[in-house]
Each structure stands twice: as structure tokens, then as C-alpha cells.
Design a protein around this ligand. Structure first.
Ligand SMILES: Nc1nc2c(c(=O)[nH]1)N[C@H]1C(S)=C(S)[C@@H](COP(=O)(O)O)O[C@H]1N2
Ligand SMILES: [Mo]
Length: 259
């Protein structure tokens, strides 16, 4: 994840001023910028492939002892949902909450919370790293996403798993929903869970009740809160801004946000 960002406008200004040599010398800030890689005809797969070459596909994110759990875990991004249907579910502690899983699956299905809780549960104490520069350690519990995907069965052309969320952000082009996506390698990773508990208690609304993704090898913005539905796709070109996530579309954040 490049923390040093240079936007397109500034880059063009720089190169206009004769600083194109910067580019040829392979300046890191420039060559790591997402728009530059697109410009160069490459994609996020570069980062992804490089990280996986070094770490191997099944590397686990570090897990911590109970004593390391942060006494205060910051809630970030949207901490509530402006949607009446969502709040109807909230009023009854989400007992009737449905989780539809659709798209390139063989048996589309709407899961109940009871079904999700009936799968083997995984509990993991991990560090959440936000791109803004803060971290907190928390304990998360939920079924591996793999159980859900195996139940619905993936079609041969399935490549990405998209998480549509209940909350929205106001942008210049109107109100847009939060969403995120991951590839199948992360989707089937053992630490990728649909968490319904945080620190041993049901997930609170600020932290994404009743279900939020934990995808532990990536930065905070990939961890979709308030998951409303899951869609399996071959490409996310046709979904919202086409970059695979809200922050990817709006802020140019990298799709693969490896820590
Ligand atoms: N639906 C939704 N998911 C989201 C966000 C959001 O605004 N809406 N913010 C993201 C960001 S930037 C971070 S750091 C984490 C914050 O999770 P927390 O509130 O439990 O700390 O959620 C991520 N997932
Ligand atoms: Mo974040």
C-alpha cells in the first residue's frame, strides 16, 4: 500500500515542468500510485503477485493474546446506517436478519443468522490497521466465509466476492453505497470470516452490526461493515465505479490493500 500519494493532476503538473525524468528513474511514489500503474497498462495484480510471491498464498496474519486486546477500539467510517429497514432488524437484535448470497453461484441462498452461527466458528485476535495511520487490536468471531461459499457453490467463471453494505456516503454524484470486494484466494483464506462478535459480544452498530467482513491481511477499508448482501462476480467493472470498492472508486485507494 503506498502511503505516499501523488495525484494525477500533480503528476501532470510535474511532468509539464520537465520532471519526467522522475518517471524514468522509477520514483517510488509515482510508480506505486494506482493511476500510474493503470497508465502503464498494469494492474493491482502487480502488488498482489509480489506480496504473494514473498508471503505465499496461505500466510496467516499475526494473531495476539487476549492481553493485547485494545481497551478502546476506534469506530471509523460510517458508524450508523441511515436506513429504516436496517433499523427494523436492529430493533430485534438482528434475529431475522437475512444475508443473500447471489451472482455466479450454483445455488443462490439467503442465509439466516442462525445458519451462519451454526457453522464452525473461528475466533481470532488481530490488529486492524487503518490507512489513516491508526491501529487497534480486537477479537473477532464468526464463520469462515468459505463455509458460505461452499454452500452456494461457485460457478467456473467466479473470480471475486463483492460485499454490498447498508450504509452510504454523500458524494458529488449523490449518495453512494459502501461496498468492497476480494479475490477468491482471500475469500477462502482461513482468517477471512463474517464476524458477528467483537471482543466476545455481539457486534455493535458502530462496528458494523450484525455482520462485518474480516480480511486480516488487508487494510481497514477492505473490512466491509453492515454487510447487506454478497455477490460473486467475474469482474467488478460494472459495479458502481468499477474499481472494486467505495474508497477505490472515490479516493483511488488500491484494490489490493496488503498490509
Ligand atoms: N460499510 C462500511 N464498512 C467500512 C467502513 C464504512 O464506512 N462503511 N469504513 C472502513 C474503514 S476505513 C475502516 S478503518 C473500518 C473501521 O472499522 P471499525 O469501525 O470497526 O473500527 O471499517 C471499514 N469498513
Ligand atoms: Mo480505515
Amino acid at each position: 500500500m503506498s502511503r505516499l500519494r501523488l495525484d494525477r493532476r500533480r503528476f501532470l503538473a510535474l511532468s509539464g515542468a520537465g520532471a519526467a525524468g522522475l518517471l524514468l528513474s522509477g520514483c517510488d511514489a509515482v510508480s506505486r500510485a494506482p493511476w500510474f500503474r493503470d497508465l502503464a497498462g498494469q494492474t493491482d495484480k502487480l502488488t498482489q503477485a509480489a506480496q504473494r510471491l514473498v508471503l505465499g498464498p496461505q500466510t496467516l496474519a499475526r494473531e495476539f493474546p487476549e492481553s493485547a486486546i485494545s481497551s478502546y477500539f476506534r469506530a471509523n467510517g460510517n458508524t450508523d446506517v441511515a436506513n429504516g429497514i436496517y433499523h427494523q432488524f436492529a430493533r430485534t437484535e438482528f434475529v431475522d436478519y437475512p444475508l443473500p448470497v447471489e451472482g455466479l453461484v450454483s445455488r443462490p441462498k439467503s442465509f439466516t443468522m442462525a445458519e451462519l452461527k451454526a457453522y464452525p466458528q473461528r475466533t481470532q485476535i488481530t490488529r486492524h490497521d487503518c490507512v489513516e495511520g491508526w491501529s487497534c487490536i480486537g477479537k473477532w468471531t464468526g464463520p469462515a466465509l468459505a463455509h458460505v461459499l461452499n454452500e452456494v457453490g461457485l460457478q467456473p467463471n467466479a473470480r471475486y466476492v463483492v460485499f454490498h453494505c447498508w450504509d452510504t456516503f454523500a458524494t458529488f454524484s449523490g449518495s453512494v453505497p459502501y461496498y468492497e470486494s476480494i479475490d477468491l484466494e482471500d475469500a477462502f483464506h482461513p482468517q477471512t470470516i463474517l464476524a458477528h462478535e467483537m471482543n466476545g459480544a455481539p457486534l455493535t452498530i458502530p462496528h458494523g452490526a450484525p455482520l462485518r467482513l474480516r480480511v486480516e491481511r488487508q487494510l481497514g477499508y477492505k473490512h466491509a461493515k453492515f454487510v447487506r448482501s454478497i455477490e460473486v462476480v467475474e469482474s467488478f467493472d460494472q459495479i458502481h465505479g468499477g474499481q472494486g470498492g467505495y474508497y477505490e472508486d472515490i479516493n483511488g485507494y488500491e484494490w489490493y490493500a496488503g498490509i
